[in-house]
Design a protein around this ligand. Sequence first.
Ligand code: ADE
Length: 430
Amino acid sequence: MYYIDIITLFPDTVGDVLSESILGRAQERDYLRIEAHQLRDYTVNKQKQVDDYPYGGGHGAVLQADPLYRCWEYLCRRGAGKPRTICLTPCGKTFTQADAKRLAWEEERLILVCGHYEGIDQRFIDECVDEEISIGDFVLTGGEIAAMAVADAVSRLVPGVLSDPACFENESHWDGLLEYPQYSRPEVWHGRAVPQELLTGDHAKVERWRRKQSLLRTRQRRPDLYEKLDLSSKEDQKLLAELERELSRPVLPRPVECRPAGEGDLDAMEAILTQAKARLLPIGQWSVDYPAREDFIADMARGECYVLTCGGQVGGFFTLSARPEAGYAAITDGKWSSDEPYAVIHRCAVAENWQGSGLAGEMAAAWEELARAQGLGWLRIDTHKKNKAMLGLLRKCGFQYRGNVLVEAQPPRDPRRVAYEKKLKGVGQR
Ligand code: ADE
């Protein structure tokens, strides 16, 4: 059994708080005994006065040594040996999880002394107190809240109090790291989805994601703790390199929305088109003349052209059509999975400043949503085999390579394309 005795002017409040819930159950099961003692019961004057003015002057009053000593001595006499005596004061050493662990594992009896008024007569501290603890760089009206915090933090680490030690082994401060973010049902709340990694059921993936989040939080919120971490393992180095890349990505302004493009979007689209051509001209996917403003105007007239806006600004565009693509029938080196109706994507690009921001992924999600809304169960797309960015996006979004196709394209464009498709779950039959 672990004993914590608290010397206070407010034993009822302190006792009530510490006998709730987990600590209450631990006391019923005899793992723990927490008792709060009324300091006034240890006075010898009729008024039960425990404080007096400070020598040297100044405002407020000081808790006198004698009642504190009487109470402390009584508590010491109740068991064998002298309990570890701790005084709660803003002048103390800042309490940490390492202190909680040490007190829970190395001691079996604690006396917590709550200061009040302007402080405690130093002679009691010198004679009886082993350590002075502060719970942070702020001043409370008394030591009670601090004593309750220390008693709670120590108690939950006393063996047997928590049913499963795994409860605290992953939490903040256990190994010098802050804990990762937690999520519970539902999967989407107010439009905010639970991170994909936590839904995979892949334990190693979940652990990796959690470690990465812990590292990120600790670095951003507690550089003092982060500095002390040993991050030399290969796994941590890999996670840190990933974090580095992710943090240098531009942050996408919200909301991100997809809507049919209109003539008023053409200038913004053309600016993005010029940037995209600079990337796609050298590989021969696009040319100076293709695609042209007229191609987008024609797409708009058919209601097939869309823009993606982020924070109200056009950040990308694409064309989604339900009309079968002529060149796709003659696929070589493979075949399409189905001849069911499909949506085909053409002429898509994302603004240079949003590359790597996740906007392309949002665009791919918009393709799916639009195809579904039209009752189409398949998406098809072709790209040039040297278009690394598009190939990466397609693989990431679950598209499958199906074969090679030729598109209508005059020199200097290269008509050879790799063809991909994706089955949209829950639409049509396979
Ligand atoms: N008493 C008043 N302020 C305190 C603090 N920050 N920590 C511990 N005891 C206190």
